[in-house]
Write a protein that binds this ligand. Structure first.
Ligand code: ADP
Length: 272
């Protein structure tokens, strides 16, 4: 990788013979530069994501005042689009707030005790009530008897399950199946100790594994058009990743094009 240095030169007091020495120091500011670049990219992305629905809204307000004024059918159609665009902005701002909350809490160790089996059940009830999740078939499987208790923040872990299941619904096969598996592992190498493994698998379009390393980056999408069409913000997996990091867990992603996708979350099991 390229390194970036800050170079400082300072002339010293002249020697008795009149010669002047210069002190030159080099400071490696590569990380600082990269952090700055990432911040600038993020701001540019957020501005772009907000600008698109705002432009659409301004355009439709204009049309409602003008051409569509006396056409009730057109007015209804435009209002429906405006509602969708406002919803998109709302989701984006909510996700940005979640991301910033999770980031600022990342160094604090969560303290509560959370039963992942109960949390999966309640999340599915909520999702079924809120969305078109009833078009999907959920298959919840407990690989062993548990216990499935982790020490963590219940709200944040619920967000992990919600985001992963919502993605399985969005990108899974229409009317297809989503498999959710829970397993207590007495020893799990990746987290160096006993852990709870949660797998969420769909049988939809999947993606080329080449995308896997970048999938949890903010605003990274495999297919931007499809994500936006499904109401995605491009932030769901970034939020998931931060929450799992805060819980000292691991996220593993597997997929092949046309073969669905599997997201595996490993969380340290709560102590006795
Ligand atoms: P989005 O709001 O776009 O869904 P996410 O951060 O949740 O954002 O996911 C990032 C991208 O990863 C998505 O745009 C999509 O391309 C891909 N992705 C996530 N989950 C799945 C899945 N279950 N199947 C196929 N692609 C997925």
């Amino acid at each position: 990788r390229e390194a970036v240095y800050r170079v400082l030169a300072r002339p010293l007091a002249p020697d008795p013979d009149g010669s002047v020495k210069v002190l030159v120091s080099f400071q490696d500011v590569t990380d600082l530069e990269q952090a700055g670049q990432m911040r600038r990219d993020f701001v540019a992305n957020v501005s772009h994501e907000l600008k698109t629905p705002l432009t659409a809204l301004s355009g439709f307000i204009e049309t409602l005042r003008g051409a569509a004024r006396d056409d009730p059918a057109a007015r209804e159609r435009f209002l429906a689009i405006m509602e969708r665009e406002a919803g998109r902005m709302n989701r984006l701002v909510s996700d940005l707030l979640s991301l910033s909350r999770v980031e600022s809490a990342e160094r604090q160790r969560p303290t509560g005790q959370v039963d992942m089996a109960a949390l999966v059940d309640s999340t599915l009830v909520t999702l079924r009530a809120l969305s078109q999740a009833d078009v999907m078939e959920f298959e919840v499987e407990r690989i062993n008897e548990g216990p499935f208790v982790v020490s963590g923040d219940a709200d944040q872990l619920q967000q992990v399950v919600t985001n992963l299941v919502e993605n399985a619904i969005k990108y899974g096969a229409d009317g297809g199946k989503v498999a959710i598996r829970l397993e207590h592992k007495t020893r799990e190498l990746a987290i160096r100790g006993p852990g709870i493994k949660l797998e969420i698998e769909d049988y939809g379009e999947g993606f080329d594994p080449i995308h896997i390393p970048r999938l949890t980056e903010r605003f990274y999408r495999v297919d931007g058009h499809r994500s936006r069409e499904m109401g995605g913000t491009g932030l769901g997996l970034a939020i998931v990743k931060h929450i799992i990091n805060r819980h000292r867990g691991r996220l593993k992603i597997d997929s092949e094009p046309g073969q669905g996708a599997r997201f595996t979350v490993l969380l340290p099991a709560a102590g006795p």
